[in-house]
Design a binder for this molecule. Structure first.
Ligand code: BTN
Length: 241
């Protein structure tokens, strides 16, 4: 349940605005923008956010949970986002663990989960989501990205309509996250995952290796068997197909 939605035509970053508003209220809220001049992705990478090309969203939640639950939160959000995109645009998106949504092997949406905490207890979650709605030269030049327009053939996107579907999906899965373990969505999540049965390249802090994902644990670790047959439990790495 969200109390307020802040809508901006243009902003530095919805994450920054969300963070600056967090301590002024106990409410859960959403910031939406049509352009960002200082958008950031995971690992502080720049997130190109040109006008009329994407939708840039930050969701602020205030659950009563410990820091160790955040990975599980991320799994619920990935499913919510992928389902919302499919429902709204009649596409078939998939989850590229941990933080991307793909269509036809290309990235259409990325999200990140930032957390404020005290003594290992979460005080706020700021989940930032960037969706490529329309194609542009930059996206095309990447070769690894796509847009909703490109995949759905729809040039006419009703943002208000999408936001209402999107917000109710987030709401639904957030409530489920609060009340249930990962088990309840595991089957759906695995069905949407695009990495099982494929060889992926995993980059962790200090090493890179190849392996095949075989499972995901209830606390969100990806179980991977590497080329030597050794089993790894991977958390929040960078992976490439
Ligand atoms: C990633 O794939 O690295 C995650 C990208 C997250 C981008 C979103 S856009 C809305 C919010 N504001 C930001 O500056 N970043 C996130």
């Amino acid at each position: 349940h969200f109390d307020v939605l802040h809508f901006k035509e243009s902003i530095d970053s919805t994450q920054l605005l969300a963070k600056s508003l967090i301590n002024r209220t106990d409410e859960q809220f959403i910031v939406v923008a049509l352009e960002q001049t200082a958008g950031r992705g995971r690992f502080n990478r720049p997130w190109a956010s040109p006008k009329n090309n994407g939708l840039y969203i930050s969701i602020v939640l205030k659950p009563d949970i410990s820091l160790s639950e955040i990975i599980r939160f991320n799994l619920f959000m990935s499913l919510a986002i992928s389902e919302a995109l499919d429902q709204s645009f009649n596409i078939e998106s998939g989850i590229k663990w941990p933080n991307d949504i793909y269509i036809n092997d290309k990235k259409v949406c990325g999200f990140l989960t930032e957390v404020l905490s005290e003594d290992h207890h979460v005080t706020s979650i700021i989940c930032g989501i960037g969706i490529n709605l329309f194609d542009n030269d930059y996206l095309k030049s990447l070769g690894t990205a796509t847009s909703i327009e490109n995949e759905s053939g729809k040039g006419n996107i009703n943002i208000e309509h999408f936001l209402s579907t999107f917000i109710s999906k987030i709401d639904e899965y957030y409530e489920l996250f609060l009340s249930s373990s990962f088990d309840i969505i595991k089957k759906d999540w695995i069905e949407r995952s695009i990495i099982f049965g494929k060889t992926i390249r995993i980059t962790e802090m200090t090493r890179t290796y190849y392996g095949k994902p075989v499972d995901i644990t209830d606390d969100g670790f990806l179980v991977v068997i590497d080329e030597e047959g050794e089993t790894h439990k991977v958390i929040s790495a960078d992976i490439e197909l």
